[in-house]
Design a protein around this ligand. Structure first.
Ligand code: SF4
Ligand code: SF4
Length: 201
């Protein structure tokens, strides 16, 4: 008798479990098919950095080091160098000969973006980063600077010793504000999307 009672109890528990499973079949899933599906970030989401150029392909960064001074995590290293008539990288006197951000130290506060007088450094909606060594997370200029063909904004007048005059204007078009296109709003996001589709050259 006791054995039969136990069997009935087990069948009841089994049915109860199946009812729970069955019930969840009609509930909307909270999970998404990442990485092929991604959620839209908040408009002011702070992700990985990007160093931008002007539309004429000159680098926006003038090597002033204000971002490094403003960074509370001491994650930025900038070493400036003088532009020369033969090798002019930016519209200002100087450009960043070396620019590095330790993304593991970074707390994605956006202070560097706020401090930059030329809107050179921006935080994009991208957050994906992976690596096997700590050094892989120190993003150097070759990973941060967008290609010459992907410049954003209008080049300022060429002024010896001058600083670009379009301060603040590019905030309207900076990548982190484009909620409609999300990841596509950044150059690297476009590259990653093409890579997923096998279109990248
Ligand atoms: S987002 Fe903040 S912590 Fe990260 S590099 Fe910029 S200033 Fe430093
Ligand atoms: S990113 Fe901006 S703040 Fe930082 S060194 Fe370049 S110009 Fe200066």
């Amino acid at each position: 008798m006791a054995r039969m009672h136990k069997s009935l109890y087990n069948v009841g528990a089994l049915l109860k479990g199946l009812a729970t499973t069955f019930g969840f079949m009609f509930v909307r899933r909270p999970t998404i098919e990442y990485p092929s599906v991604k959620k839209q970030h908040a408009p002011r989401f702070h992700g990985l950095h990007e160093l931008r150029r002007y539309a004429d392909a000159k680098e926006r960064c003038i090597g002033c080091e204000l971002c490094a001074v403003a960074c509370p995590a001491n994650a930025i290293t900038v070493i400036g160098a003088e532009n020369t008539p033969q090798d002019r990288r930016s519209p200002g006197e100087r450009y960043a000969a070396r620019y590095e951000i330790d993304e593991l130290r970074c707390i994605f506060c956006g202070m560097c973006e706020e401090a930059c007088p030329t809107d050179a450094i921006v935080l994009t909606p991208r957050f994906e980063m992976a690596g096997l060594r700590r050094g892989a997370f120190v993003y150097a200029k070759d990973r941060l600077l967008v290609p010459p063909t992907e410049g954003v904004g209008t080049a300022p007048d060429e002024r010896p010793n001058g600083i670009p005059s379009d301060l603040g204007r590019v905030a309207e078009i900076k990548s982190t504000t484009d909620v409609q296109t999300g990841y596509d709003a950044t150059n690297r996001g476009t590259i990653l999307k093409k890579q997923r589709k096998g279109l990248a050259g």
